[in-house]
Design a protein around this ligand. Structure first.
Ligand code: VGL
Ligand code: ZN
Length: 205
């Protein structure tokens, strides 16, 4: 068994004070830093959008958190966030980024979003992460970070579909919860695809 750690989008814009702040988002940082000590094969993802990105409500003159009904299923339109090269796109300043082996920047296509660390939201365009992990012999992934109901969910489910054993660290994730119950539903969906939801203290690795 060879584990790899994937820390999803622990960036200023997803933390309190950021453009798309996840409630209590910065609470994942100490957990993430302990996981970085434990798992040397560590990958960080970074949401990294061009200005005017298709996921931004402002690109359509719409309200943030409204729905784009032209996609199937409808997609949430976000406040402008994680614009490439801005402070909001930087990792949280207390995250021990120097411990990571790889940074995957996602959401870089102007016309296509990418929640998952493995595939863009068309569900077929790969980021290259699967090949990286497989070539290094990883068969298990541990997932933590932001946000439980979007990028953590998509990353964990793709990892399970790709055949990795997946552990999602429940106290190391936080969600947007745009609709009440979204976090609980996301955890259920991850379980449905075979992911194990565990507390940091219960990780069997
Ligand atoms: C995310 C919404 C938009 C995430 C990224 O990291 O979960 N959510 N972009
Ligand atoms: Zn984004």
């Amino acid at each position: 068994m060879k584990p790899a750690l994937i820390l999803v989008d622990i960036q200023n814009d997803f933390c309190p004070g950021g453009a798309l702040a996840v409630p209590d988002g910065d609470a994942v940082v100490p957990v993430a830093n302990r996981l970085l000590e434990r798992f040397p094969l560590a990958v960080l993802t970074q949401d990294w959008h061009p200005k005017g990105h298709i996921s931004f409500a402002s690109a359509f003159g719409k309200e943030a958190y409204s729905l784009d009904l032209s996609t199937n299923p409808p997609s949430v339109l976000w406040p402008d966030h994680c614009v490439a090269g801005t402070h909001g796109a930087d990792f949280h300043p207390l995250l021990h980024t120097e411990k990571a082996k790889l940074i995957v920047r996602k959401g870089r296509s102007p016309q296509l979003d990418s929640y998952s660390a493995f595939y863009e939201n068309d569900q077929v365009t790969p980021t290259g992460l699967c090949g990286f992990l497989r070539e290094l012999g990883a068969d298990t992934v541990i997932v933590a970070g932001l946000a439980t109901d979007y990028c953590v969910r998509a990353t964990a489910i793709h990892a399970a579909k790709l055949g990795f054993s997946v552990y999602v660290v429940q106290d190391g994730v936080r969600g947007v919860e745009a609709v009440p119950g979204d976090v609980a539903r996301a955890l259920d969906e991850m379980r449905h695809y075979g992911c194990t939801i565990v507390l940091e203290s219960e990780l069997p690795l």
